[in-house]
Ligand binder design. Structure first.
Ligand code: NDP
Length: 286
């Protein structure tokens, strides 16, 4: 058996098209486009590419995307001032501070400073708490993208055994909360989990977000399982790869996301969706 590849690129295009229509309706009602402000501090190479892509993608769907490039030596106070100004600006619906930040800036403080209503990354403790308590909120983009990919399989999550490997605030934890909300039976695994291969073999759905190139092998996969590979790594040869050894896993899985072209493209598409959502929520009743 060879599992079907879940095409994140095509699905992301579909999501972008939906957002473009939503944005047109927003402009018709409010006379301005939703605004997304992305802040980049320093010159971290991957972050430069990610933030440019976010700015470009938001403009492509008709939003007002704006990238603030601040020098690496920007002080914490200066960054907090910039966030306060964006919090107060009525034309700004979404604020995203690209992580990682330079070492002299405390990430927690920066995330806490963002207005939760504009926190389109969904990292603010208020949004994380709302998600954990089952209330509507801005949810981190990568897990939303994974849920949408799972929906494409047509498999019900209700009662399914799902294993999420990785417990970061950005991916693993919010992913587990969304799955619980969909009535899956969720196991969260991490670096201290004993016999990780055996835990993974229990999964009808396996979500892997650890940041270790091709660590999860085919014989860790239950026959017919759905595998979502969040990882984005470079192997020894410098080639982009996931956390799952796709070739051997595909032989056992029913569906699997490729890297690249799986979860990655969905993350930006879901950021656009979050920004449109934030814009509507902020202007509700107006
Ligand atoms: P973090 O480094 O924040 O978290 C990694 C998690 O994996 C931790 O919970 C850690 O456990 C766990 N882990 C690490 N090593 C092992 C191991 N050997 N066995 C079991 N668990 C392990 O990473 P992120 O969640 O931010 O990202 C994970 C991956 O996803 C990365 O490759 C990243 O590049 C990618 N990513 C991709 C995105 C996309 O759009 N495609 C978006 C975001 C991330 P512990 O808590 O015990 O330390």
């Amino acid at each position: 058996m060879s599992g079907a590849l879940l095409d994140g690129k095509a699905l992301a295009q579909k999501v972008r098209d939906e957002v473009r229509e939503d944005v047109a309706q927003f402009v018709a009602k409010h006379g301005r486009p939703p605004g997304l402000d992305v802040i980049l501090v320093g010159e971290h190479a991957a972050s430069v590419v990610y933030t440019r892509n976010k700015e470009k993608a938001s403009n492509e769907v008709g939003m007002r995307g704006r990238l603030h490039r601040l020098p690496a030596e920007t002080s914490e106070a200066e960054l907090l001032d910039r966030i306060a100004a964006l919090n107060a600006d009525e034309t700004v619906d979404g604020i995203l501070v690209q992580l990682p930040l330079p070492k002299h800036i405390r990430e927690d403080l920066v995330i806490d400073a963002m207005s939760p209503a504009k926190d389109v990354d969904g990292f603010h403790p208020s949004n994380a708490g709302r998600l954990a308590t089952g209330k509507a909120s801005l949810v981190p983009c990568t897990p939303i993208g994974c849920m949408r990919l799972l929906a494409e399989t047509g498999r019900s999550l209700e009662g399914a055994r799902v294993v999420v490997v990785g417990r970061s605030n950005i991916v693993g934890k919010p992913m587990s909360m969304l799955l619980l909300g969909a009535n899956a039976t969720v196991t969260m695994a991490h670096s201290r989990t004993k016999d990780l291969p055996a835990v993974c073999r229990e999964a009808d759905v396996l979500i892997v977000a650890i940041g270790r190139a091709r660590m999860v092998k085919g014989d860790w996969i239950k026959e017919g399982a759905v595998v979502i590979d969040v990882g984005m790594n470079r192997d020894e040869a410098g080639k982009l790869c996931g956390d799952v050894d796709t070739d051997s896993a595909r032989a056992r899985a029913s569906f699997i996301t490729p890297v690249p072209g799986g979860v990655g493209p969905m993350t930006i598409a879901c950021l656009l969706q979050n920004t449109a959502r934030a814009a509507w929520a902020r202007t509700a009743g107006r």
